[in-house]
Design a protein around this ligand. Structure first.
Ligand code: ADP
Length: 626
């Protein structure tokens, strides 16, 4: 039947690029075209009268048979397997993707089916590839967007899930919008300028921007944008790849901050190679104090800045670190600056790693101040110790003086008191009229002794008053002659055999505005001493002089004098020179005189030579000012 129209039929079949396979209702191949031979790799003769299953992978046979039955019954042309993939089987065993269109027809009451088979393996491969890429984009960790460069304002037409996860915006908020919504109000960032420029020029660009999520959180977006061109060279799209580098930037910032601290620290920080010992780095503080630049230091080792330059010892120190015996080594040494000056330092050494190499990090503390401070402290302690020692020995001396004083006092009081007792006992015995002379003698003795005791008591009271600051000076105008007369009169009673006092007569003009009682006390103290410490038959001179402002009184004796060694302490309270031990006294008088004179604006001084005599000079203002 087919043979009749062979000519026309052949021409038709040959022009069709799809494989045409005609089967009867039993799926026996009755005709194929050249494309069918080419696609399936069989010669026509090998296919005619064979079952269609020959061209199908065996796992489809059953399924196909059922399908074919149904199809024949329906009798309508249709595309096969639209919802699923169909496969053909080549002669060489290759299984490949096909698309099949079935057209049933009837001739002379017989049913035939014409199958148009298309080899779609290439198309399918492209499709799969595309899908793979889309999948890849979707599963990428980086946010990816594609924009349409040919539409107004370059809107987003594709975004992957990473982009959405990163930014938190909804589909509607992303799609068909320009990407600038990510910048929020932060539109003045310098990298944006670069980005806008690149997009305008249709070039690729990388920029790290501050972007904002839907919830307002800022994140650092490391953005890479590049254009896609079509076959005419026109940019149709931009692809943007977003990378959240917030953590990296933060840790970079932290690292930078640490680096800044390292650099700007005023402590000296050095890094040097553990092997060659050459400096690798030195911070600002180091360069500033040591005086070398980093370039200079890079040619040097720590030994070059140590005046002692003891390599073995230094090696020993760092070997402990290299052997991991300790984590840190600390020691004090001396460093030498470029200008030659040296300074004490405390070195803190640690081992560290720099790009896989062992290096040492040395932190150096300039301890000049600390050292100075320590020296100062030591000096201070020494000074204080000396002061304490001195105070202690003063205290000891004072105690000795006090002890001496107490024994003196008891002695001072005992002698006159026993004198008074004896005289008063004798007095009661001299009752006859002719005993009057003897009575007078004893009354004089009693008088003297009482006077003496009174003087001592006055001295003690003065001391007490001076110590407690309770002295009240009473200033009044008086004639000096009055005081002199009284003092000399009283002193006369104490004179030893042949002693005499030479005192000036023409002093009536001299008047004073002073504390009369005190001036008298000082005068009598000096005069009594002169009498006490001079032998019999010597003269005591009293000189008095007055100028416009001051009055000077000089008491000169020719007595035992004061030993040189005791002279500097003569005004100390309770002090008595070695050569007066056998005579009565308290060691108070001169001290009181000096204190009073100083309070009244005057001075006291003396010249003395042992065995020759002493001269005491007092000077005080004519008008006391308190
Ligand atoms: P006192 O005479 O009671 O011992 P003073 O204070 O008056 O105490 O004198 C202190 C010391 O100064 C005396 O103990 C004595 O050693 C010495 N001294 C004072 N005046 C004279 C003097 N004119 N000649 C020698 N020594 C004197």
């Amino acid at each position: 039947m087919f043979k009749q129209d062979q000519e026309i039929f052949n021409i038709l079949l040959a022009t069709v690029s799809e494989a045409v396979i005609i089967v009867d209702s039993h799926q026996i191949i009755v005709e194929v075209n050249a494309s069918a031979e080419r696609i399936f790799g069989y010669a026509k003769s090998e296919l005619i009268d064979r079952e269609l299953n020959l061209l199908l992978p065996s796992n489809y046979h059953l399924e196909h048979a059922t399908y074919f039955e149904k199809f024949i019954q329906k009798g309508k042309p249709r595309k096969m397997g639209e919802a699923r993939d169909l496969y053909g089987l080549k002669k060489d065993g290759t299984i490949f993707h096909i698309e099949v269109e079935l057209n049933p027809f009837k001739i002379y009451n017989k049913t035939y089916v014409m199958a148009l088979v298309k080899d779609v393996s290439e198309k399918k491969a492209i499709e799969r590839n595309l899908m793979l890429r889309t999948q890849a984009l979707q599963s990428a960790k980086n946010g990816v967007i594609i924009t349409d460069a040919q539409r107004h304002d370059n809107p987003v037409i594709y975004f992957n899930s990473a982009f959405q996860n990163l930014t938190g915006y909804s589909d509607a908020e992303i799609l068909n919008h320009n990407c600038r919504f990510l910048q929020g109000k932060d539109r003045a960032q310098p990298p944006l300028k670069k980005l806008r420029e690149a997009i305008k020029n249709k070039e690729s660009c990388q920029a790290t921007l501050r972007n904002y999520k839907k919830d307002g959180t800022m994140f650092w977006n490391d953005l890479y944008v590049f254009p896609i061109t079509n076959e005419h060279g026109n940019v149709t799209n931009f692809i943007g790849i977003q990378n959240d580098v917030t953590l990296r930037i933060k840790s970079e910032e932290e690292r930078n901050h640490l680096a800044t601290i390292f650099n700007e620290s005023l402590n000296e920080i050095y890094v040097f190679d553990s092997d060659t010992l050459k400096f690798i780095n030195a911070n600002y503080g180091a360069q500033k104090n040591i005086g070398y630049s980093l370039d200079e230091l890079k040619t040097m080792t720590p030994l070059d800045i140590k005046p002692d330059n003891n390599k073995d010892e230094f090696r020993k120190k760092i070997d402990v670190l290299l052997n991991k015996k300790v984590e840190k080594v600390e020691f004090e040494t001396e460093h030498q600056r470029k200008d030659g000056s040296k300074y004490p330092v405390e070195v803190h050494l640690q081992l560290s790693n720099l790009s896989g190499n062992k290096v040492f990090v040395a932190i150096i503390l300039d301890i000049t101040d600390r050292k100075n401070y320590t020296t100062q402290l030591e000096n201070k302690v020494e000074e204080r110790t000396q002061q304490l020692k001195m105070a202690l020995s003063n205290e000891k001396e004072l105690n000795e003086l006090k002890t001496n004083f107490l024994s003196l006092v008891s002695h001072e009081f005992k002698t006159p008191l026993s004198g008074i007792l004896t005289s008063s006992q004798l007095l009661s015995k001299y009752q006859l009229t002719e005993h009057q002379e003897k009575r007078n003698k004893h009354i004089k003795i009693i008088n003297e002794r009482v006077h003496f005791l009174n003087n001592i008591l006055n001295d003690f009271l003065s001391v007490e008053k001076l110590d407690t600051g309770k002295v009240n000076y009473t200033l009044n105008h008086f004639k000096l002659s009055k005081v002199v007369n009284e003092v000399v009169y009283n002193a006369n009673m104490l004179l030893k055999e042949g002693q005499k006092i030479n005192y000036p007569e023409n002093i009536d003009e001299i008047s004073l505005y002073q504390d009369e009682k005190i001036i008298q006390l000082i005068f009598s103290n000096l005069l009594h001493n002169a009498i006490k410490y001079s032998p019999e038959k010597t003269a005591i001179d009293l000189h008095i002089k007055q100028d416009n402002t001051n009055t000077t009184v000089l008491v000169k004796d020719r007595g035992i004098g004061i030993p040189k060694i005791d002279q500097k302490r003569i005004f100390e309270r309770y002090f008595r020179a070695k050569n007066v031990i056998n005579s009565q006294g308290t060691g108070i008088g001169l001290n009181i005189a000096k204190n009073h004179l100083e309070n009244l604006g005057g001075t006291i001084s003396f010249k003395s030579e042992e065995h020759k005599g002493s001269t005491f000079i007092i000077e005080f203002p004519n008008k006391a000012k308190l």
